[in-house]
Design a protein around this ligand. Structure first.
Ligand SMILES: [Zn+2]
Length: 350
């Protein structure tokens, strides 16, 4: 399996040999040195899924952000036997150094210590709490880990992530730390191997923070396909923006995606794809303005993952946005990308 991927081997050869000869416990100790993980997973037969129970924190009652979806995504994957516990990797929280590669020191120190004013809290949609800081740091660490695992195994999925509206010096639209940008920066700098990273952002909202952060970075290509009339009002320039009209349905959406992704992969030739599989283009979503169905989202995710994996390019997924008062239904919708990934894994990776 590993031969299939261009730059999978994170472990140096002597350690790979040692890893093969050691027992399970010792293998974990070795892997922990190379992955941003609290717990690594030795099951290499099945799709790796990155999850932390601290992806979630308490919010005031009736808060608009559906925080409860994060544990429920994992629960429904386990309940429906899409995955088993043996596939779950547990991330460490994102370090100060990782966060500092994207965010300004002033913003980070204010955010971490709670020195945020009311205006800032209105812009992010969250009242500050230490639990919120912890949650965001674990979520960001999870995206870093998913990217690292994808590089080794070909495909990996987090059960959170996609906070693409966060800018270097401020948060916005329920996004406080830009996990995609932190993961991309970390993967560009953690190894001496030169890498090119493509961010495919199919959340219904433009990935404005990510576009801004990488506007002068030639090794990261930002592709955002979003509803033109939706938030944010003031768009940034991604390397490629595809603006969609309100009310677009499955067929037209998929053909628009199919008109862009293949040539992008051929021309940019990324070493890793980070895929934001936001489910807010769904017709029932409270903040989306498109009309995709569950089947349309499944076909979209399957198309992206197949297109990337068939070219031998590793891909890590994050769940992105999705808004509904019915958290069970929403979590099930977010699990579509993991279901598509499990299918693609069986067909193309193992
Ligand atoms: Zn969104």
């Amino acid at each position: 399996m590993f031969r299939f991927f261009r730059q999978k081997v994170l472990l140096p050869e002597p350690l790979l040999k040692a890893e093969r000869s050691l027992n399970r416990k010792a293998q974990c100790a070795i892997c922990l040195r190379f992955f941003h993980a609290e717990h690594t997973c030795q099951n290499s037969r099945d799709l790796p899924v990155v999850h932390h129970k601290k992806y979630v924190c308490d919010l005031p009652p009736n808060h608009r952000f559906p925080m409860g979806k994060f544990p429920k995504v994992l629960q429904c994957l386990l309940k429906d036997q899409v995955i088993t516990e043996t596939q779950v990797w547990v991330p460490l929280l994102a370090s100060d150094e990782m966060l500092g590669s994207v965010h300004t020191q002033e913003y980070l120190s204010n955010f971490i210590t709670g020195k945020t004013d009311e205006k800032e809290q209105r812009r992010t949609g969250f009242t500050w709490s230490s639990g919120l800081v912890q949650r965001c740091r674990y979520e960001t660490g999870g995206t870093v880990l998913a990217a690292q695992v994808a590089l080794q195994r070909g495909l990996a999925c987090s059960t959170a992530g996609g906070t693409h509206h966060a800018f270097p010096s401020y948060g916005s639209g329920f996004c406080l730390l830009n996990d995609l940008a932190v993961a991309a920066k970390h993967l560009l700098t953690e190894s001496r191997i030169k890498r090119r990273i493509l961010i495919v952002d199919l959340d219904v909202h433009q990935g404005d923070g990510t576009a801004f952060i990488f506007k002068d970075e030639p090794d990261v290509f930002t592709f955002s396909m979003h509803c033109g009339k939706n938030f944010p009002l003031r768009k940034q320039c991604s390397d490629l923006d595809v603006s969609l009209d309100d009310g677009m349905e499955d067929k037209e959406y998929l053909s628009t995606l199919q008109a862009h992704l293949p040539w992008l992969l051929d021309v940019f030739r990324p070493d890793l794809v980070l895929y934001d599989a936001g489910v807010d283009p769904h017709w029932e979503d409270e903040l989306g303005r498109l009309r995709l169905t569950d089947q349309g989202l499944f076909e979209r995710d399957q198309y992206v993952l197949k297109s990337v994996v068939k070219k031998g390019i590793p891909v890590a997924t994050v769940i992105g946005g999705g808004y509904s008062r019915d958290v069970d239904r929403l979590a099930l919708r977010h699990s579509i990308v993991h279901r598509a990934a499990a299918k693609v894994w069986k067909e193309y990776v193992t």
